[in-house]
Design a protein around this ligand. Sequence first.
Ligand SMILES: Nc1ncnc2c1ncn2[C@@H]1O[C@H](COP(=O)(O)OP(=O)(O)O)[C@@H](O)[C@H]1O
Ligand SMILES: [Mg+2]
Length: 243
Amino acid sequence: MLDISDLHVEVDGIEKLHDINLHIGQGETHILMGPNGSGKSTLLKAVMGFGGYKITSGSIVFKGKEIIGMPIHERAHLGIGMMFQHPPTISGLKLGKLLAATSHLGSDAIEALAQSVNMEKFLTRDTNVGFSGGEIKRSEVLQLKVQQPDFLMLDEPESGVDLENMNLMGKEIAGLLEKDVHIVNRRKSGLIITHTGYILDYLEADQGHVLIDGRIRCHGNPREILRAVKDKGYGECLRCQQM
Ligand SMILES: Nc1ncnc2c1ncn2[C@@H]1O[C@H](COP(=O)(O)OP(=O)(O)O)[C@@H](O)[C@H]1O
Ligand SMILES: [Mg+2]
């Protein structure tokens, strides 16, 4: 579904991602870990096509199409969706209007999806304005439920979420990724950035990757990587790779 090859990305004239290679098949979920500032969010934003993230070499092929140079809305139409680590607040744009503009669903269907994540009272409020941490994340999940992207990039879905909301988020994300469908028939794939690994309590991930200083240093079993990082820190990934 997604093939990133030899990708180099610059921000403000400084190379932040070096030689990234990542291949995510249909139905697969991959986990991305790494210390603060290592470039995890930068990678997702480069795939989504945000301005300011300049691709100096490499390729990003999604569903067989090179997407570098394609505007964000075309990437979204192709089936790429993203949950932000720090979503913007948008004064003057009601959440219900935003949802209606990003899908072909009617207002009843949107209302039903909003109810499923306890957001029905928020449709008439300005998007994310004054929302609590949990409400912002539920708003993000709702936007993805409405958009139904085939490839989901989730940037730290656990951050700022209390335990009760985490339970809801975990189940909803597993649903968005069609984890209840056998991998042979599953259409959805995902790339999830996680610090805590809590999300792994709710869904199985197929592969884990560790990004340090803009380079992917390790690929492997997500739970084993999480355990190693919890026990020994990211320094262990560098030591391990040198060996
Ligand atoms: N829009 C931007 N302008 C300037 N620097 C940026 C921008 N986005 C990211 N960076 C820098 O790139 C580095 C990687 O950031 P980021 O991808 O957010 O890290 P992570 O998500 O792994 O914590 C950091 O040093 C950050 O300050
Ligand atoms: Mg980040």
